[in-house]
Structure formats: C-alpha cells, structure tokens
Design a binder for this molecule. Sequence first.
Ligand code: SF4
Length: 688
Amino acid sequence: MPELRTVATHCPYCALQCGTQLTRERRGTTVRPTDFPVNRGGLCQKGWTAPTLLDVPDRLRHPLVRRDGELVAVDWDTALRTVADGLRDTAAAHGPDAVGVFGGGGLTNEKAYLLGKFARLALGTSQVDYNGRFCMSSAAAAGNAAFGVDRGLPFPVTDLRGADVVLLAGANPAETMPPLMQHLRSAQLVVVDPRRTATAERAALHLQPAPGTDLALVLGLLHIAVVEGWTDGDYIAARTTGFQEAWQRATTWWPERVERVTGVPVAAQRRAVRMLAEARSAYVLTGRGAEQHSKGTDTVAGFINLALALGLPGRPGRGYGCLTGQGNGQGGREHGQKADQLPGYRSITDPAAREHVAGVWGVPPEALPGPGRSAYELLDALGTPDGPRALLVFGSNPVVSAPNAAHVTERLSTLDLLVVADFVPSETAQLADVVLPVTQWAEEDGTMTNLEGRVLRRRRLRVPPGHARSDLEVLHGLAVRLGQPGHRFPTGPREVFDELRRASAGGRADYAGISYERLDAGEALHWPCPDAAHPGTPRLFLDSFAHPDGRARFAPVEHREPAEVPQGVFPLTATTGRVLAQYQSGAQTRRVDELTAAASEAFVEIHPDTAVRAGLTDGALARVTSPRGSALARVRVVATMRTDTVFLPFHFPGAGRANLLTGDALDPRSRMPEFKVSAVRVEPAREE
Ligand code: SF4
C-alpha cells in the first residue's frame, strides 16, 4: 500500500478521541487538531506530542523469543510456531481453560472483536478478560441495571455546552481530558473529589469527602432532595420504578450524619442539591473516583438515583453519564473481549445471544465456552492448579496497572508461557517468553468508539517499522497454526468490522448500519445504528429507557465501609489517579521526552501537617507502605489535601508503582478492584 502524506484520524490516547490531522513530512510526522466536535481545535499535551510515540528509540521491530534467559530476535514463523506449540501443549495437558487471554481498552473495535473470537474459537477458553475491567466496569454495571443499556455518555459531549450546572463525581477532566473543559465553560461545576484537583480548582463548589465515602454522601444528597421537595415527582412516576425502595435506604442519611461520615459540611451538601435542582439544564457525570471501589457499582447507582430523582436522564439538556477513560474504553467493552460478554454487548449466558453469535461464526452454540474469570481474578489465578498456565496479553501492561502489583507480577512469573503483543517493551513484555511487535495507531486502519458511543475511523499514515505486524495478522497467524481455517480470522480491518456488524446486529450495541463507507463519507454515527438507512442515535432514552417496560430503575443501595480502613500502623488512606502528562501504565507516554519532562517520577501528595508528623519535607523521598508492600515516591506537600489522605499517580514503574499498595478487594457485581482506598503509612526513605 502506498504511504499517504496526510490523514484525518484521532489521538491514540484517551476516550475523548480528539480529531487530528497527521502529516508525514520529510523531517517526521506532525499533528494538528481538527474541528472535530469533541475537541474543536484543541488537544492536550499528550495529543500534541503523539507523533513522538511513533519513533521511540526502543520501538519493537522484531519478534523476540526467550532463550537461555534472554529475549532474542527471531522471524515471525519461529515466533508464531513457538506460541502456537506452547498453547496447544498447555491446552492438551491441562484443558482449554489453562490458556488465558488478557486484552486492552485501547485496542480498536476490530482487534477487540477478533481477540474475543480467537479466545473462544481458536483456543476454546473461557479465560478472557481485559484491562477495561479496571476502568469503568462499575459504571457499566450500574448503567445497565438502571437504564437497560450502558453507553458512557448517552448524549453528545457538545450537549454539555448548554448546561447550567454539572456535578462531576470523581472525575478530573481538566487534567485527564482537557479539551472537554471547553464544553463546560458556561456551567457551574460541583466537584466531588477528596483531592483539590485541577477541575476542583474551577468549581463553584468542591465537596471533599473522605475516600470511600462517596456513597454515604450521595445517599445524603438524595435525602436532602426528597426532604426539601426538590425531586421531580412527575418524572419519577412516569419514567422510573423503585423510587420508594431507594428512598428508604436514604432516609437515615440526614445531613449531619453525612457530615460526620464524609467530612462534607451540611451547608455544602444542601447547596449542591439546590444548584442541581434549580438549574434549567443539569448533568451528573461520574468518573473513576466514584467507580474504582469495592462498592463502585452501588456508588455509581447512588449518583444515578440522585439524577433520576431530579428528573435528569433521558431529557434534552439534562442527563447522567460516565466519562470513560481509555481510548476505546467504550468499544472495548462491547465486542466480546470481556469474560461475561459476546459481541453486541450481549451476555455470554443468554442462549439467544450465543446462538446468534455462533451462527455468525459458523459454529454450533455449544462450541462457545461460558463466562470466565474477571481481570483481577484471572491474573490472581495464573499458575495455580486450576488457573491458566499460559497467557496472551494484547495491549495491556498489568505489571504496572493491575492492583496488588507485586502479587500479579509474581503470578505472571509462574506461567509456563507468557506472550505479550505490544509496540514497546512494556514492563509486562520484559517478563515475557515471547514478544510480538505490533502496529500502533498511525500505522493501522480501524475504528474506535469514543465516550459518546460515536464510532470513529482510525486511519493509517505510514507502514510500521521493521517487522511489526497488525494484531489482526498476529491473531490470524496463530489461529491458522492452531488448526483454524484462515478465512475465519480475516486480517483486513474492514472485513473484520463487517463481520463485527453482523455479530452485533440486534444486540444492545448494534453496529449493523455503520460502515467504513458511511464513516469515510463524514457521517457521525453513534450506536445503536441497526441498518444502513438509520442515522445513528446521538441521544439515548429520550422516549424510553432500554428496559422492556421503558422505565429506568432506581437501585436500593446501602453505604458500607471500604475493604480496608486506616488504623494502627496504617493510619492514612492512599488514593490513586492520573496526571495530565501521562496515560495509563505510562508504557507509551513515559517514552515521550516532552511528557517525561513534565511528569518524570512517582510522587505522593500529602498535607503539610501530615508531612510534619511523618518527618517529611517537600521534595524528600518517601516510603509509602500498605499491608501489601511499599512504594517509593517524591513528596509533594499540598495544602489542599485532606490530612487523612495521600495521593499517588499510578503511571510509574518499578519501586514507584502505586499499585504495589492497592489490594485485591473487588466489587461483587462489576469485579472492579478497589484502587481508590488503601490503608498506608508514610515515612522518610533513604536516597539510593
Ligand atoms: Fe488525546 Fe485525550 Fe488529550 Fe484529546 S484529551 S488529545 S484524546 S489524550
């Protein structure tokens, strides 16, 4: 294929998927933002520096196989044969579930789809899940329960431009997706966050609850809304069910009790509800801060309850939404790389769904395995008697991004075979037995689905360097070597997408009417889009919700404590999160000099009083210790931090991994780990 000089595509990083134009010039590749609706000419620092990612010095160019402890370059046939032989031997000796697959929320729709199909058909394993489980699974579970379908934002981002008031619960878009902030310019912001984040700095009202108490807070906000008569009775009666049960759980959360539990003053609670209730146009948006808890699903459900009580979801100029994080966090959860799902956002235990997808794949429904382990449970089971003994990792770096990271790293090291497909030698790739070099964003065609459920075209600018191949080609090569007919695993993105459309037809996320032709013609297509004449669905729920009776469901939720509370030798709470210049595990952004210069090492934010008590000064090295282990981080003394809380970003490797501190408590419904609350102590560390 001849190389193009300029293409319209999208940023490789977060779920906003800002529109960009890439140009290949003699001296390298340049990027400029386009007037795409979500970014309207804006990009953040990560987007501006994305071309640097294409030519990082340690870009993987050859397949690597470990021999005598060293990763050595081999040809593709040797690498794929090594992997296929290892997978076949493992499955023959221990059964198909002895092989696991771990995917990623940054993979294109085509890759996510083919990876799920590969796991279920070529490997016959149920053990497939992906890192999106760590990202938005609580919001997905709560959204599906409340509305009958989960789409991050059930309305276009641009609708927020008309908002008077937006409540952001555990979301920090000023740092994680800055171009989004232009759409919030006219809104008064109510920010719920234990940290005074960049977004909280711009808020009209900042509620700063203790980590792990957001659910108590939002039960209290519902209490105030009801007692003050600020709920929308007509909407509740006409469009919802379950209000009484939800309200009963909130009755004892009177404002003074909420203040005692959360630390948020009564007046601030009352003001927040009044602002939302009196606004002509109001939205409630959740992010990872509300979701990454062992009660994340219930916490998000609490915010949805509040939004429903105020009559927001499914009405023009109002709504509830989740700000999805990863680039294809939305599409990644729709096409079947999740342990409990098949393409079309269908349940893998639904007989009709199994029959439909099996029909598209040309196999009997019995050929499809059942549900497997969720992401952390899969990693935790590696190398155990009934867990996977071989693992394929595509587009993920769990050594840094998984909770309880030392334990996960130890589990990975027990495998008979670890295979990592990536374009850089991530920390997980460095442990692998086989490393498969794959293409990255500007070297491939495909589609992504952004946080609004809008399907976007990723376009290829250049050929990949060295011997890197697309993930689709890798899956095809492995499938054929495992005895599958080659046509079952196409290598062309358009071909894969057309099959994905058929597999999704009639499902909750229906892509049947979305085609490369329509996208290339400039149509903005949000799913569901069931046929070629359908205009797509930018706004969901305007007439009815997706439950059979058309009504949204309140959820009767109870507050409970985090799995771990600060006490004794661990008197503080550590909470983890992101910074502007880094993305996810940092495997990509830590290789971009401009970004590393802006955020180069692990740090811990701590209140001045807490720092004094711990014997720490600004810039010193601290050891942060939880019951799992210790992380080293540079001290940042921050007056706006709560005195009982410290914050660490999770992008950094080695001894600075914030996830050395986080634990294995999971939300019972979404299986989301509790990234946001770990009991810790902080003390001075010796500089090496
Ligand atoms: Fe890329 Fe997200 Fe930044 Fe936009 S906001 S430039 S999509 S990282």
